[in-house]
Design a protein around this ligand. Structure first.
Ligand SMILES: [Zn+2]
Length: 213
């Protein structure tokens, strides 16, 4: 059985009840954004438009209306964040795999984006990457020019998409196992039947049984 952490707002009930149902509830997997789970689970393989989708959802969670402009204007700005219909945030996204790409984002790239956002009059800017920034690049960060590297990005994903992050991490722990042919989403756990003296598999998601192949 999989549980999801459930935040209970009603403190009074917590105080007077010894039941743990306010903490543990059966998982509601339908409540997760399946596309986000896939992107988070395969962050280093995702295409730039998928990474833009992920960052756009994050920017929305941070309280902005958004518009993706990648591909329309080659300005280094991928996403615009709005508040009260006013452009207040410029976002650049770079999905680079640090296991393959040996160049962290350097000062030159950061300054190019900074120059663009300043000349366009943005109050705040966000440069988000799955890679890292060099030290001289990090020195360009300020309280309205934010550099989000791989480490901070994962903290933000865990904070703002806890269900999707947990789901992606959960399946990462089972990634060596075969996928369930019935539900396509679950993983097959290998079990042994003492009566039949044979191995079989059980899907941890749909609870379906399958013979071992
Ligand atoms: Zn299944």
């Amino acid at each position: 059985m999989v549980f999801r952490f459930f935040k209970k707002e009603d403190k009074e009930q917590q105080t007077h009840s010894t039941s743990l149902t306010h903490i543990f509830q059966p998982e509601g997997s339908a409540q997760t954004d399946a596309k986000l789970v896939q992107i988070i689970a395969h962050l280093d393989e995702c295409k730039s438009n998928d990474f833009n989708y992920l960052v756009e959802k994050l920017v929305q969670r941070l309280g902005f209306d958004t518009q993706i402009i990648d591909g329309i204007h080659d300005s280094g700005i991928d996403i615009i964040g709005f508040q009260q219909q006013k452009k207040v945030l410029a976002v650049q996204c770079k999905a680079w795999n640090p296991k393959r790409n040996t160049n962290p984002l350097d000062k030159k790239e950061v300054l190019a984006f900074k120059g663009k956002t300043m000349s366009d009059g943005y109050e705040n800017s966000l440069f988000v990457t799955t890679h890292y920034f060099t030290k001289p690049a990090l020195d360009e960060a300020s309280d309205n020019f934010f550099l989000i590297d791989r480490r901070i990005l994962h903290d933000l994903l865990a904070t703002y998409f806890p269900k999707e992050f947990s789901e992606a991490f959960y399946y990462e722990t089972l990634k060596e196992l075969k996928a369930c042919p019935t539900c396509q989403k679950g993983k097959l756990i290998r079990l042994y039947s003492k009566n039949k003296r044979t191995y079989y598999t059980l899907c941890e998601r749909c609870q379906g049984y399958h013979p071992c192949s």
